[in-house]
Write a protein that binds this ligand. Structure first.
Ligand SMILES: [Zn+2]
Length: 153
């Protein structure tokens, strides 16, 4: 297999998460094939937070990772103005977005494509993936009709 190595638009490869043995390994494995895989309660199917161990609804500790529809809306968003030289590739503020997926999960991500604006709350989002080193991560792909909040000095 030949991997195409491209740099992420936002951060340095040294910031790639450690995948081996990570609790989020199913997320990374799915992302590497373009599939959004998220955790659900293995007993009652309640959507779980990425690091959640015990289900809030039924107290089960069974976690089941399943492919989900890679769509959602912007629950909240902000612009990060602190640009860490050597770790962040851009000179402009960049968005961090709390996406509520149609499966009921909440995931924090940035955008798949370079962006210096934060999307409006409620904007529809398709979840794509960006790659840092060889690790794929969810990233928001905003429809062109999404309105944005401009960066303020
Ligand atoms: Zn449950």
């Amino acid at each position: 297999m030949t991997a195409v190595v491209t740099s992420d638009w936002l951060v340095d490869d040294s910031l790639a998460p450690e995948v081996a043995g990570d609790r989020l390994a199913p997320l990374y494995a799915g992302a590497s094939t373009g599939i959004l895989v998220l955790p659900f309660c293995g007993r009652c199917a309640t959507p779980l937070d990425l690091e959640q161990i015990v289900c809030d609804a039924c107290a089960s500790r069974a976690v089941q990772w399943r492919p989900t529809r890679a769509e959602g809306i912007v629950h909240s968003a902000t612009l990060v103005h602190r640009v860490e030289r050597g770790l962040v590739h851009v000179d402009a503020p960049y968005p961090v977005i709390d996406v509520e997926t149609v499966s009921g999960h909440r995931i924090i991500m940035t955008t798949a494509e370079p962006s210096a604006t934060a999307p409006a709350i409620g904007s529809p989002v398709t979840i794509a993936f960006r790659t840092i080193a060889d690790v794929s991560l969810p990233a928001a792909s905003l429809s062109s009709s999404s309105t944005t909040m401009e960066a303020k000095p």
